[in-house]
Design a protein around this ligand. Sequence first.
Ligand code: NAP
Ligand code: G4F
Length: 375
Amino acid sequence: MKVALITGITGQDGSYLAELLLEKGYMVHGIKRRSSLFNTDRIDHLYQDPHDPNQRLKLHYGDLTDSMNLTRIIQETQPDEIYNLGAMSHVKVSFDSPEYVGNVDGLGTLRILEAVRLLGLEKKTRIYQASTSELYGGLPENKNERGFYDETCPFYPRSPYGVAKIYGFWITKNYREAYDMYACNGILFNHESPRRGETFVTRKITRAVAKIALGLQDKIYLGNLEAQRDWGHAKDYVRMMWMILQAEKAQDWVIATGVTTTVRDFVRMAFLEVGIELEFKGEGVDEKAYVTACNNKDYQVEIGKEVLSVDPSYFRPTEVDLLLGDPTKAKEQLGWVPEYDLKGLVKDMMEGDIKLMKRDVDLLKAGHEILKQVE
Ligand code: NAP
Ligand code: G4F
């Protein structure tokens, strides 16, 4: 049985990847951080009985800042594949904690590579490093001749997160070249899902739209509406992570959809999923969005209602204006075919958040009923 070790298993990608590897018959080990609260929501459905000897998912306490602990876990688990997905992954937050991000996202990668090397596992263990389109920084002059970012384009990171991840990128490449290790970078463009963290822009939008449609929230405040991202579905991207480690030769790969969309248009698409049409008026920090039509009887919001404003506190000290990736190499050489387009992604996320918010409403109603009976 193949053995995989996933750092960041409790995150969006880690949870989908664990699901995929279990389906493929792997023994999956995951590293989770010690927390005073339960932090395994995204993987609880995979982890039913930790006492069952046939359970193929095992969690280990650990942290990417702790090399002794990482070395011990790698020694104990002897993985065929390591997926290094653990990171402080929020770009805006990285401006507030630059040193911590350097330690986890940059040096954490080194700690994994060096543990594999010191344990003499460099010929057994294949390593996937979660690199990112943030490395490109969105500089227009660095795109290829077709206007996309691909594996040949230069990097220019624009945040402490991007700078830490560029260390992760190069140290992975260096260990591949210096020690002939099978270590690859997946340069993944933004990927989202119903399991996306609540403070990333897509999930912040789909949660807010669901609440507004159900009358639980008045409006949403966002930052830069002009920013453009190449958004794919996390399920498609974790499949690609696995494919990258099955390739004959260790290389670096760009994974993207090849389509870019503004934050503003993502908002428009999310509202349209519940039948609500919007008009945007004003510019810059004064831009707002108003409801112009409600075409779904279940989600009736007052026509003319203001549902979006800009809050400059969400602006970043340096912004990545536009990301657009060229996944040709991955498609041609690995045969990657994504199942979701942007519309499918928005639909999936909106369905997830409508369901979640309705459940909250039902729980609230049930609570009121119980209170009434007690009174
Ligand atoms: P995520 O949901 O934020 O998950 C990050 C994971 O890393 C969580 O399990 C988190 O644990 C864990 N983690 C954080 N700090 C850690 C530490 N010090 N030691 C060990 N684990 C730690 O991120 P994601 O969207 O799944 O992304 C997965 C990876 O791909 C990340 O490295 C990210 O930077 C990279 N990436 C993501 C995208 C994207 O669009 N999603 C694109 C390119 C690259 P807790 O649950 O305890 O917080
Ligand atoms: O959703 P975001 O926070 O994602 P960002 O910064 O692109 O980073 C994500 O993708 C990277 C891959 O390119 C990953 F490496 C990284 O780990 C992470 O998963 O912001 C997207 C855009 C930005 O331009 C931001 O300024 O949306 C803009 N935005 C506008 N209003 C907002 C908001 N972002 C957030 N988080 N919150 C807002 O209110």
